[in-house]
Design a binder for this molecule. Structure first.
Ligand code: SF4
Length: 372
């Protein structure tokens, strides 16, 4: 397949999660919905099931309003709406982590609103990088395994988890390489970049890696070009809105790196096997950093974003602020202050799954570009 055909394939998958879900179900596979931000997909994969990303969708929320107040993030609202309106029919269970207050509410509401898809909680420790945190994390994984075994027709084994860890490490590597390639080949649009990241949630990781490797091979055989676009680093929870990505593309903006939870934050840390596979998985979580939902007293994430800007010679930072997301709002001021001190241009754009009018975002991005 050519580069365009491969990008079209990723686009097709990223835009049709329901078809992807139905295809896996028709193949007789059990599917488990995985809610952001971090779900132990490796465990689900190792039990022979398909971990399926559930990050909500750009839509009008109606039914979920019976359970949520209006001032809660629209990712949560739209996940519940999709559950209540049957988009996840056929899914064996949904795993919901507890990394922010909204996520905690989602789990409790799900139990009442979507009775036919069992809710499995995943409780993470915030003080994670010590022996107690790791033991707590491992115990939470064991509880998830128990719940998965009770609700599905599957069994857990450490050996199978070890194989799945290898699949996920390989996928991490390919995704990191793709992000680097996007910083070097400016013909890749923001929309195409997003399609690759988004499609990963609706495919088995071995299938996604294989397709992406084909794309990388094709791209790397092309001559490198000097970019004439404006190089930016994006940060936030989500950056998959079609309208927003079009604004980046229409303004010749090239995303040279990201600190987006739905994108690169997922692929930063590999699992180093030592001891049991489950211990290795807990070790991975203990090593995770630079994310708004992970306790970070020193706000090291700020320095991490500045380093991304310097490494990729970006001209500015675009923070995509998910409306009503407390963890991201807490980090916003330190990021903004640090950019100012370093003389890095910065803009904050509010995003929301229910947003239909992007005129304000368009004007802000156009102005930002002119400032650069
Ligand atoms: S971290 Fe923010 S965007 Fe994500 S679920 Fe929590 S409030 Fe919503």
């Amino acid at each position: 397949m050519s580069v365009n055909e491969l990008f079209n394939k990723f686009h097709e998958i990223a835009s049709s999660p329901k078809e992807q879900l139905d295809t896996y179900l028709a193949q007789g596979k059990e599917v488990v919905a995985c809610v952001p931000i971090y779900t132990p997909e490796e465990i689900i994969h190792s039990m022979g099931m398909v971990p399926f990303g559930a990050w909500g969708a750009d839509m009008e929320v109606k039914e979920a309003k019976r359970y949520f107040p209006a001032f809660i993030c629209s990712i949560m609202q739209s996940i519940l709406e999709l559950g209540m309106t049957g988009a996840y029919n056929g899914v064996s269970a949904i795993v919901i982590p507890s990394l922010c207050d909204s996520l905690k509410c989602l789990g409790q509401n799900w139990k009442y609103a979507v009775k036919d898809i069992p809710f499995i909680p995943m409780t993470y420790p915030q003080n994670r990088n010590n022996e107690v945190g790791k033991a707590f994390c491992r115990a939470s994984y064991e509880k998830v395994i128990q719940d998965l075994e009770a609700t599905t027709n599957t069994k857990f084994s450490e050996e199978a988890l070890s194989n799945s860890i290898a699949v996920y490490n390989e996928h991490n590597k390919v995704m990191r390489e793709f992000s680097e390639v996007c910083s070097k080949y400016s013909f890749i649009s923001a929309s195409q970049r997003s399609d690759v990241f988004k499609s990963a949630y609706f495919m088995l990781k071995e299938e996604h890696s294989s397709l992406l490797k084909q794309l990388l091979e094709e791209i790397k055989s092309m001559p490198k070009e000097e970019t004439k676009k404006v190089k930016i680093v994006t940060s936030g929870i989500l950056a998959d809105s079609k309208s927003l990505l079009e604004i980046f593309d229409n303004n010749d903006m090239q995303i040279v790196a990201d600190d987006i939870a739905h994108e690169s934050r997922q692929y930063r840390i590999d699992i180093t096997e030592k001891g049991s596979s489950l211990d290795a998985l807990a070790e991975k979580f203990s090593n995770m950093e630079n994310c708004s939902v992970l306790y970070d007293a020193d706000k090291k994430r700020v320095e991490f974003i500045l380093d991304l800007v310097k490494k990729h010679e970006a001209q500015g930072v675009v923070v995509l602020m998910t409306k009503f997301c407390d963890p991201e709002e807490f980090d916003l001021v330190p990021i903004m202050r640090a950019c100012k001190e370093e003389g890095i241009q910065f803009v904050q754009i509010e995003v929301d799954r229910q947003m239909v009018n992007y005129e304000q975002a368009k004007t802000m991005i156009q102005t930002f570009k002119e400032m650069l």
